[in-house]
Design a protein around this ligand. Structure first.
Ligand SMILES: Cc1cc2nc3c(=O)[nH]c(=O)nc-3n(C[C@H](O)[C@H](O)[C@H](O)COP(=O)(O)OP(=O)(O)OC[C@H]3O[C@@H](n4cnc5c(N)ncnc54)[C@H](O)[C@@H]3O)c2cc1C
Length: 478
């Protein structure tokens, strides 16, 4: 689709008449709703539709489609991937309803809701939503990328708990997507990163987990080699009740960073145990006994404190992220990792985290999803500061780490950790068959290519028919 050259006249008029609120560049509402959590990406859409209702979303997509203007979406701004120049941005923040039914254990959640609000609403009933590391992230943004959270090895991928989505597709129609209604959309919304529509709300199954033995241990630089070696061997044997990661950190002194961790190289072991806390504590002895921790925050806690496991920064920052999957984390890989980012390495990354995947993530709960790489066992995420003075250095340093780990690398990437667009991105993130299938479904529901979120998956060359021919097979097949 081509971008309309003039969006100030007829288009602005039609949009203003069709939706509750439109913000144009220069207004306070525009500045507020285009702000992102990652200061490296500045959004510059033509206009922002501040959706108050599902109708606003559908009307924005329809009017934009009629005028040849693409439509993007943002909720919290934790995952910006494009500037949205020449597009209309639908801001979903106003769709902020959360309702928890404690009997059915289902939460009904609007598209503008953060995980923290669902955690709060579910907690009085002893229930928990499967959020990611940061409760400040948006529910829909995380779920449409699959969602790997601190309890993932016990309960699986967060998206596997979605019972249904309400979604406005590129043709401007509001549809329900579930195992029985529009199953092709249901397949592709659970991991397809919003390529198929703008979600307006969803139904999410909650798990019964009032408390969790969870938190993080921090160790000083000299202990990093022993901690990382022990963690790698230990996490390999961890039962599925345990989810864990290890992160080598070089945190500057700034608000939110405890003084004993600021300005030094440390390592954090993150751990969440859903089973008997006594057993979790016993298992963690292997890590606690490596060295005396600087800080030990692992304890039996209400699930509402799950954000303490990763303690992600709350304030916006200019983050440059690099992510890869590893086939293996054997002893040689651990030594290479230590050479690359250990205490004696010179690196520009603030954090390099290795997550242990596997466990319940491996098995889809409600039929197949587009989420790829379920059998991957290890993922690496490096985060550096992308301010102009450091951006080149951080990028070159990230390539050094990726190259250094190349012998253990596994092709592909997880949707939530690998921003991008286009056929190469789609093949990397969704695999060849998943990308082709997404293309087919996108063409079906967005014939004119209105959704910016389709991320040019439609530019994939037409190839052989997708394996797993029917929608029903895709969704319900084993
Ligand atoms: C601090 C931090 C911690 C994180 N931890 C984890 C983690 O542990 N596990 C994990 O899996 N991911 C994690 N992520 C990645 C995160 O899940 C993605 O960046 C996610 O897209 C953010 O969603 P959002 O709505 O908050 O952000 P936004 O920037 O508002 O949205 C990001 C993208 O989500 C999609 N999206 C948002 N709303 C809609 C909608 N209504 N309809 C369709 N698509 C939509 C769009 O593609 C949009 O571009 C983390 C990110 C950050 C910044």
């Amino acid at each position: 689709m081509s971008v309309a050259p003039d969006t100030t006249g007829a288009f602005a008029h039609a949009l203003g008449a069709a939706v509750s609120r439109v913000h144009l560049p220069g207004s306070a509402g525009y500045a507020e709703l285009t702000a992102t959590y990652n200061l490296c990406t500045r959004l510059t859409p033509l206009a922002v539709v501040e959706a108050q209702t599902v109708h606003d979303v559908a009307a924005a997509v329809r009017v934009a489609g009629e005028h040849g203007v693409p439509v993007g979406v943002q909720s919290t701004g934790h995952g910006p991937w494009a500037t949205m120049a020449g597009a209309v941005l639908v801001a979903t923040r106003g769709l902020d309803g959360v309702m928890v039914d404690p009997v059915s254990r289902i939460a009904r959640i609007g598209a503008g809701v953060r995980w923290s609000a669902v955690i709060e609403a579910a907690a009085p009933h002893g229930l928990a939503p499967l959020c990611g590391s940061s409760p400040s992230v948006g529910v829909v943004g995380l779920l449409t990328g699959g969602g790997h959270g601190p309890l993932a090895r016990t309960y699986g991928l967060s998206a596997d708990r979605v019972l249904s989505f309400d979604v406005v597709t590129g043709d401007g129609v509001l549809r329900r997507a579930s195992a029985t209604e529009n199953p092709d959309l249901y397949w592709g919304l659970r991991g397809g990163k919003g390529t198929l529509g703008i979600v307006t709300g969803l139904e999410l199954e909650l798990v019964r987990q009032p408390e969790v033995y969870a938190g993080a241990l921090w160790f000083d630089a000299p202990d990093i080699p022993a901690v990382v070696r022990t963690w790698a061997a230990w996490s390999r044997l961890l039962p599925d009740e345990g989810t864990t990661s290890v992160a080598v950190m070089r945190l500057p002194a700034m608000p939110g960073v405890p003084p004993m961790l600021a300005g030094r190289t440390t390592v954090s072991v993150r751990f969440a145990w859903t089973g008997d806390p006594v057993v979790g504590e016993e298992l963690l002895r292997a890590i606690r006994s490596v060295a005396a921790p600087l800080v030990d925050l692992v304890a039996l806690r209400p699930y509402a404190e799950i954000g303490l496991v990763h303690a992600d920064p709350e304030d916006p920052m200019p983050a440059v992220e690099t992510h890869l999957l590893l086939e293996e984390l054997d002893a040689d890989a651990v030594e290479r990792l230590l050479e690359l980012v250990g205490p004696d390495a010179v690196t520009a990354q603030l954090m390099v985290e290795v997550r242990r995947l596997g466990g319940a993530v491996t098995t889809p709960l409600r039929g197949r999803t587009v989420f790829p790489h379920r059998d991957a066992q290890w993922t690496v995420l490096a985060v550096g500061l992308g301010v102009p003075e450091t951006a080149d250095v951080v990028g070159a340093d990230a390539r050094r780490i990726v190259d250094g780990l190349a012998p253990w690398r596994r092709p592909g990437a997880l949707p939530n950790f690998h921003a991008g667009s286009g056929p190469d991105w789609a093949r990397e993130v969704f695999g060849q068959d998943g990308a082709r299938r997404l293309r087919e479904v996108s063409l079906r529901y967005d014939p004119d290519g209105v959704l910016l979120g389709s991320r040019n998956v439609r530019d994939l060359p037409v190839g052989h028919p997708t394996v797993g021919a029917t929608d029903e097979e895709l969704v319900l097949g084993a």
